[in-house]
Design a protein around this ligand. Structure first.
Ligand SMILES: Cc1cc2nc3c(=O)[nH]c(=O)nc-3n(C[C@H](O)[C@H](O)[C@H](O)COP(=O)(O)OP(=O)(O)OC[C@H]3O[C@@H](n4cnc5c(N)ncnc54)[C@H](O)[C@@H]3O)c2cc1C
Length: 446
């Protein structure tokens, strides 16, 4: 590693999607304004580019959001994914969500929002019509009891690490410096409450502006900044909920089966859409033959084609308000998911599509899944840290591999502009009671 500068204008903590995208867009904003850039921007990562959540994410890029403000981020993000699919390893294979009756209204409103914003999608409603549509995609589709389907034609997935290296390449090409093996360990403050220097394992770096993109480690950096771990939230019911935990950790359950990817193609021989489906039908275990869900109990799975087969996940597990983000003492928030997950997920695949019958045997037993750090309302915080005028926090509440556009908006805010896209994610929304609407999805990110 070359010697670290002792002072920089912009220091970005974390080389995941948000740190990298912010660095890349920030240098472009500076150049567009004819300002000096040179060594102005430094991204540091305690381990490596894509060492965190961005390097293990399933990589699903979808706009399936009930909340209009989340949709606005995705519209902007998909424009960026589409701008250079090769560099970002983005596959625009589309995305299909199929859900039962309890979510009919939510799906209708998502479709209407997408239609009004020019995000091309197809809505199908009615049990038989949904089934028939799915049969045109996969002749061996067999899941019943699903009454709404939304097919997003511009969505898809990106390969996680290659995508991050693509953004890093663009940032470096514009002159952004990225240094790995540099861990931020604390902050020195000055009289007005701003950060004067960032302490690292390689010594202090004086800064004008800090951007935090620490992913699941954001709670640790929040604590180093001396920010509160409990806050009051004015609820949609008008009641003040005192002392709510700022962060909740969830274990994202994901895994893969190893099969010849050619066995998983559409009826037309194309790469299949990314799939998500929720169901209340009996889910029969591929392993034991027993029913895995309680009678009428909602369950859901998602999946996509992968290089060596099929990769996907199911609803995550709540780990509470503190979690070992580096469970194996490594920098990557990986977990080995349990056999319960393997059973549920592979049974979900087989429930949906005949060719996956018996795929439990093909489950790939390697570390998979990981940790997500969720905010008090499970939606992102994109804002200056409360009371610290030169620290901007990107805490995406685990929504964000797909949100490559957040960095573009953050860069504009750092130039002193207002971002109507990021405004709904300001920290003060908790005190103001200006919270996001909640859907009927069983997932914490719904
Ligand atoms: C298993 C799993 C699957 C997911 N699947 C999807 C998906 O399909 N689609 C989707 O949109 N989202 C998905 N997500 C969520 C998504 O991955 C994250 O929201 C997003 O990647 C977070 O990006 P980030 O840049 O904030 O953080 P990260 O990618 O985690 O990057 C943070 C970086 O900060 C570094 N760092 C941390 N602390 C310090 C420190 N003190 N000093 C220096 N460096 C530090 C870390 O080493 C890390 O590289 C998934 C998440 C998980 C865990």
């Amino acid at each position: 590693m070359s010697e670290l500068p002792r002072a920089v204008k912009y220091l970005i903590i974390g080389a995941g999607v948000h740190g990298l995208s912010t660095g890349w867009h920030l240098v472009r904003e500076l150049k567009a304004r004819g300002r000096e850039t040179g060594d102005d921007i430094l991204i540091v990562d305690k381990t490596d580019i894509a060492a965190g959540a961005s390097g293990i994410a399933c990589g699903v890029v979808r706009n399936f959001y009930f909340q209009p403000a989340m949709g606005a981020i995705m519209n902007e993000s998909v424009n960026i994914w589409e701008s250079d699919p090769e560099a970002f390893h983005f596959h625009q294979c589309s995305y299909i969500a199929v859900v039962p009756q309890t979510q009919d209204k939510d799906v209708e409103s998502i479709y209407e929002r997408q239609a009004s914003e020019g995000y091309e999608s197809t809505l199908v409603q009615g049990e038989q019509k949904v089934f028939d549509y799915m049969r045109t995609v996969f002749p061996d589709w067999r899941a019943r009891g699903l009454t709404s389907l939304l097919h997003e034609h511009r969505s898809g997935f990106a390969f996680n690490k290659p995508a991050m290296l693509g953004i890093a390449g663009k940032a470096r090409a514009e002159g952004v410096r990225i240094e790995t093996g540099v861990q931020v360990t604390g902050f020195d403050f000055q009289g007005d409450g701003s950060v004067r220097a960032v302490q690292t394992n390689q010594g202090p770096i004086e800064v004008e502006q800090v951007i935090v993109g620490a992913g699941p480690w954001v709670g640790q950096v929040w604590e180093m900044l001396g920010l509160p771990n409990k806050i009051d939230v004015l609820g949609a019911d008008g009641a003040l909920h005192k002392d709510q935990e700022m962060w909740t950790y969830w274990r994202l359950l994901e895994g893969a089966i190893q099969i010849d990817p050619k066995l998983y193609m559409t009826a037309e021989g194309k790469m299949p859409p990314v799939f998500h489906f929720d169901s209340r039908e009996p889910l029969i275990s591929q392993k034991s033959g027993k029913q895995l869900n309680p009678e009428n109990g909602l369950w859901g799975v998602y999946w996509k084609q992968d290089t060596h087969g099929v990769q996907g996940g199911a609803a995550p597990e709540n780990l509470g308000h503190s979690a070992e983000v580096d469970p194996y003492g490594t920098a990557s928030p990986h977990y080995v998911v349990g056999d319960d997950f393997a059973d549920l997920w592979t049974s979900g695949l087989a429930h949906a599509i005949g060719r996956f019958e018996g795929c439990y045997e093909a489950y790939h037993r390697v570390p998979s899944g990981g940790i997500g750090c969720f905010t008090v309302d499970s939606f992102p915080i994109f804002d200056y840290a409360p009371g610290i005028p030169n620290v901007y926090v990107v805490a995406d509440s685990n929504h964000g591999f797909k949100m490559i556009g957040v960095g573009k908006e953050v860069a504009r805010v750092l130039m002193g502009e207002h971002s109507s896209v990021l405004h709904p994610f300001r920290y003060s929304r908790f005190a103001e009671g200006d919270l996001h609407p909640v859907s009927n999805s069983p997932y914490p990110w719904g």
